[in-house]
Ligand binder design. Structure first.
Ligand SMILES: [Zn+2]
Length: 334
């Protein structure tokens, strides 16, 4: 029987469990609201029953024995060696040994991974990253996150937190960021940042915001980046400028990312990048203007393919990745 891996994307609002085969194909998935307010035990119990039901439907004979490894993608501070979620503010979790609990239950190795790194691994192994060993994955939605694959290895860092691409500063005199830094690219180019900027102009009585405001049903608090995109697509100049500024900021962040990681592929994911050229053309313009040409020109840009499934797929494929031949490591292969 085909090898199977279980991937769990444990988010603040939703949790996704997916069975993934050795080729990186999702053979079954199930989604539930997280309802973290019910407490740690309740969430873990429901995760276990989600996994059980996937297994009983898709591997009824082999059952638990079919799973070669489990990966759990979580946003927060993790201890990957202990399999512990040290701090996940979106879940209200502190020191939860989820790895050990699932290991006892499913009798296979369990790994906890930063959610953005898991998504990067998923896109690299099973999505748009095929054929490249030097890939940067950037996702732009409410926030900005990502991960770096270099020489065929996912860069994890000493505590699994590497790749905080949203917190690259593009202005040391910029506004303070909750992370402690100033002028982080996330403060200018994320979906929240785009909406926040327009909302501030609405509050300031700027008449240029009227087309966007109409899209949001005249409720400034409901306004999102998608409303800005809708107005921009109809030719609204102000909305186009807002997106161009955000795209340019994203390009500025990418300059640093490309200078740091020297990828030959950048995969763009997240709802905000789906806005398309109104955001991405200014991004590319900034990138070409400020990046080292020899490094920028050899980068292929690609759309993410797995989107909402990337985190679960990448977490599932951790154990497959972990067992990839050492020869993939550049020290041995080049
Ligand atoms: Zn920051």
């Amino acid at each position: 029987m085909n090898e199977l891996y279980l991937g769990i994307d444990l988010g603040g609002t939703k949790m996704l469990a997916a069975l993934v085969d050795g080729n990186g194909t999702i053979v079954a998935r199930t989604l539930q609201p997280t309802m973290a307010e019910r407490g740690v035990e309740d969430v873990i119990d429901r995760l276990i029953s989600m996994a059980d039901s996937l297994l009983s439907r898709h591997a009824p004979e082999a059952g638990k024995a079919a799973i070669r490894g489990i990966g759990i993608a979580v946003a927060g501070v993790l201890d990957p060696d202990q399999g512990t979620v040290v701090l996940a503010t979106n879940l209200g979790w502190k020191n939860v040994p989820i790895g050990r609990l699932l290991e006892e239950r499913f009798r296979c190795p369990v790994r906890v991974l930063n959610d953005a790194n898991a998504a990067a691994l998923g896109e690299w192994l099973a999505g748009a990253g095929a054929g490249s060993e030097d890939v940067v994955f950037v996702t732009v939605s409410t926030g900005i996150g990502g991960g770096i694959v270099s020489g065929g290895r996912l860069i994890l860092g000493s505590s699994g937190s590497a790749g905080e691409l949203g917190h690259i500063s593009i202005d040391r005199n910029g506004p303070p960021c909750p992370c402690g830094n100033r002028g982080c690219v996330e403060l200018y180019a994320s979906g929240s940042a785009i909406a926040r900027r327009v909302r501030e102009d609405v509050r300031g009585g700027d008449p240029r915001t009227s087309a966007i405001l109409r899209k949001a049903g005249f409720e400034a608090e409901r306004l999102t980046a998608q409303h800005v995109a809708a107005a921009a697509e109809e030719g609204d100049d102000y909305a186009r400028n807002v997106l161009a500024d955000a795209g340019s900021a994203l390009g500025m962040g990418l300059v640093s990312i490309i200078h740091l990681a020297n990828p030959n592929k950048v995969i763009l994911g997240g709802g905000v990048t789906e806005i398309g050229d109104l955001l991405l053309a200014p991004m590319m313009e900034t990138l070409r203007k400020y990046g080292i040409p020899e490094m920028v020109n050899q980068v292929a840009f690609d759309r993410a393919q797995l989107e909402g499934d990337a985190g679960a797929a990448g977490a599932a494929l951790w154990w497959k990745y972990e067992r990839m031949p050492v020869a993939r490591h550049p020290r041995f292969s080049r």
